[in-house]
Every structure is written in C-alpha cells, then in structure tokens.
Design a protein around this ligand. Structure first.
Ligand code: NAD
Length: 426
C-alpha cells in the first residue's frame, strides 16, 4: 500500500514535470552557445532509435502477464550506445528517451567511445518472485536482441536491476549468439567477467565530485553534515564512503520514508539491515517523508533516488551549500535556476553519476581484451577521469558564465555533434 502511494506520487510528479522536454531545452541552449546550426539540435533532440516491446511472462500462479519494455538508442555517431535497464512501475517512454540522452552526455563528459542508450520495463520487481524476474529478464533480451550487442548497444544495471539480472541477460544473449558474450552487458558478477569496482563505481564517482566541490567551497568533507536521498546501489555505497571519510551522514531515505539524526546515523547498522531493493526505513517508527528530508539541515545534499525531487516548490528551502546529483534528473530546470541564484554549488547528474558508465566502459574493455585489471588500477583510472571532468565543467561554467548544468551539457554534447557532422549526418 505504502509502495503504491510512493509510486503514484512520483508518477504524478513526473507527468507534470516532463524530463524529456527540459532535457531538450537545455541541449538546444548548449548547442546554440557552441554555435551549432538548428539541424544538429533536430538530430539530437530525440533518440535515433526507440523500440517498444511486449514481454509475456508465465507467473507463479499459472497466469500469463504481458509486460511493456523499451530500449532507446540516442546517438551512435561516436560508437555503440550504452546505458542501463530500469525495472520500475513508473517507467515511461519519455523517461527512457531522456535517460538515453543523459547517457550520451555522460559519455561525452568523461570522453568514452560511446553514445547513449537506455532501457526500461514497467514492472515492480519488489512484488515478483526470483523465477518471474528471471523469465522477464530473459524475455526482454529476446525481444530487443536485434538491436543490441557488444558492438551495437551495451546494457547495464539501473534502478531495481542488479548483477544477477545482468547475469541472466548475458546468459540469454550468449545462448542466442551461440558464443559466450560477456561484452554484451556490464555490471555482471565478477565470475562472469564483471569488473572490480563496478558495483560501487557510481558512488565512488559521486564521492570524487563531492570532494572536488568541497575544495571549491573551502568546506572540509570530514565533519560535514550530509543527507543522501535513496539507499540503493548509489545511495548506500555513497553513505558508506562519506561516513568512512569522516562526514556525518545525518539523513538517508528510501521509497517509504526517511531517517534523520543531527548527531549522525549509524550507517554500518543501516547497511546491514537494508534489503536488496535499498529499503530500510520500514524497520523504524519515527520516520520523516522524503520531502521533509530534502529540506532538513545539512551542508551537502545528494539526491540518489528518482527524478523531479528538487522542484520550484522546495528549492528555496534547501539548506545545503552543495547539491550533488547522484540520481538522474532529480532537479527541475526551475529549481536549477533557483539553487544557482542562491549561490548553491549544483553538480549535475550527467557529471556526478558518470562514474558508473566509466567503470562499465572499463568492464567492456576488459571483456574485449580478455585481460583483467586490479581494483587499484580501476580506482586510479576512475579518479583521474572524474577529477578531470569535474574541473573541465567547473572551468567552463566559470569562463562561459553559465550554470554547472549548462556547462556540463556544452561539454557533453560537443563530441556527438562533431562525430555526427564528420559522418555527414548533419
Ligand atoms: P536502486 O534501485 O539500487 O535504489 C533506488 C533507491 O531509491 C532505493 O533506496 C529506493 O527505495 C529509492 N526510491 C525508489 N523510488 C523512490 C521514490 N519514489 N522516492 C524516494 N526514494 C525512492 O537504484 P540505484 O542504482 O541506486 O539508482 C539510483 C539513481 O542513481 C537513479 O536515478 C539512477 O538512474 C542513478 N544512477 C545509477 C547508476 C548505477 O550504476 N546504479 C549509475 C548512474 C545513475
């Protein structure tokens, strides 16, 4: 019941705040600032390819349920498209399209030889059995098999999907391909060709951005009060990394509520008690709402859950001086403007959460070469990439007198615009 309520609220909000339109508007603005003609915008405003599939799954009670899924491929001028697969009741066609565009921007920002892709299935995995999830995952791969592959489009995990789901999908593709194809998908278990550091890569990248942002604001991360919205893959690892660095994690949340303690939460205990969907607040009585948490006292705020959480309704009440977007699309265009005008340093999603796709790229390179790197090697490469990308965007924002999001879009869009022109597409 509570889950349905949380999902309904997000769906309603996402319907009102169309993430695709706001992304298109920022891309248009970025291309204009870079001096590209309108036809480049016309090419990049939508994915090149969008596939809708219907996946029949025999449920445990003997009935057959038909699920709807999507795969969007934004632009493959630079290289194969790449991006996660989301299992969530709120998935929409527009959301998947926007997510694929953000993946293109991320690949541009961290300079990977990829374009952006994204997939989603409308379902609630929290209410499905292990067997039903396996059937759905395999059915989705069969349905999209014509347009994906290690040199075409490489999926990965996203909200409510994990390394087990990636393993089933890799196995299904390998069976169809009649070859072992670890390069088909990233975020796999290590024994199936996964990379060291992939599971925590998004959170590592966010941590690196937080440290760089704190330096710019002369704020010490050690002792800083931090709120993290979302306690899944991104949010839980992030809370742990910041806690270990000496930050005081005062607030966390999941889809059902939030916990806040000005003295700091017991992160190790919460990590121990969370379930595989990033749920932990159900164990407590005195919870806050996600809305209340976002407006609570802190130095650094990290939305790490879903879209459209910081809006024009609450942007004036955010207490943090630094907001770092681990989630995709958590802040609306109006809220970005309000936060920037208030002097809050906003590190945008397409930069802050690019650690995941960066290590996914490392995983794919290792799969292709059949030679694997150590965790230390991966961490060093990720650190170099994120620090360089952060400072490029920070300097672009400063030099071009634009906010950090527009600066990130300007950096992110340039490579695919150039590649599309060299190919003669525009
Ligand atoms: P996850 O499924 O592991 O965790 C999601 C978390 O958000 C859970 O704690 C869940 O309870 C919470 N949540 C779900 N619906 C919510 C709602 N309506 N309100 C508040 N909280 C809600 O997902 P994740 O992989 O940690 O992804 C979180 C965000 O980070 C997403 O926006 C995702 O696109 C982005 N991201 C993830 C990766 C990655 O590698 N996992 C990479 C880049 C970006």
């Amino acid at each position: 019941m509570v889950a349905e309520k949380a999902a309904d609220t997000t769906k309603e909000r996402n319907n009102q705040l169309d993430v695709l339109s706001s992304t298109q508007a920022t891309i248009k603005n970025a291309l204009e600032k870079l001096g590209y003609p309108d036809e480049v915008y016309e090419l990049l405003k939508e994915p090149l390819r969008m596939m809708t599939v219907r996946i029949p799954v025999r449920m445990d009670d003997g009935s057959t349920k038909i699920f709807t899924g999507y795969r969007a491929q934004h632009n493959d001028a630079v290289g194969p498209t790449k991006g996660g697969i989301r299992f969530h009741p709120d998935v929409t066609e527009k959301e998947v399209k926007a997510l694929s565009i953000w993946m293109s921007l991320k690949a541009g920002i961290v300079d990977l030889p990829y374009g952006g892709g994204k997939g989603g299935i409308i379902c609630d995995p929290r209410e499905m059995s292990f067997r039903e999830l396996e059937a759905l995952s395999r059915g989705y791969v069969r349905a999209i098999s014509q347009i994906v592959g290690p040199t075409k489009d490489i999926p990965a995990p996203d909200v409510f999907t994990n390394s087990q789901i990636m393993a089933w999908m890799m196995d299904e593709y390998s069976r169809m391909d009649e070859f072992n194809s670890p390069g088909f998908i990233t975020g796999k278990p290590i024994v199936l060709g996964g990379s060291h550091g992939r599971e925590s890569a998004t959170a590592k990248g966010v941590t690196i951005c937080i440290n760089e942002a704190a330096k710019k604001r002369n704020l010490s991360v050690k002792g800083a009060k931090v709120i993290v919205q979302g306690f899944g893959n991104a949010g839980s690892f992030l809370s742990k990394f910041l806690h270990d660095e000496g930050a005081i994690v005062v607030g966390i949340s999941d889809a059902y509520g939030a916990l806040y303690d000005p003295e700091g939460l017991d992160i190790d205990y919460l990590l121990d008690r969370r379930d595989s969907f990033g749920t932990v607040t159900k164990l407590f009585n005195n919870t806050l709402t996600n809305k209340e948490l976002l407006e609570s006292e802190c130095d650094i705020l990290v939305p790490a859950a879903v879209e459209n959480q910081i809006t024009k309704e609450n942007a004036h009440n955010i207490k943090a001086s630094i907001v770092v977007e681990a989630a995709n699309g958590p802040t609306t265009t109006e809220a970005t403007k309000i936060l920037t005008e208030r002097g809050i340093l906003l590190v945008p999603d397409v930069l802050a959460s690019a650690g995941g796709v960066t290590v996914s790229y490392f995983e794919w390179v290792q799969n292709n070469q059949g030679y694997y790197w150590t965790e230390e090697e991966i961490e060093e490469k990720l650190l170099q990439t994120m620090v360089k990308s952060f400072n490029t965007i920070y300097d672009t924002a400063h030099n071009r007198k634009v906010d950090m999001r527009l600066a990130a879009y300007m950096v992110g869009v340039r490579k695919m615009a150039e590649a599309s022109r060299f190919r003669g597409w525009v």
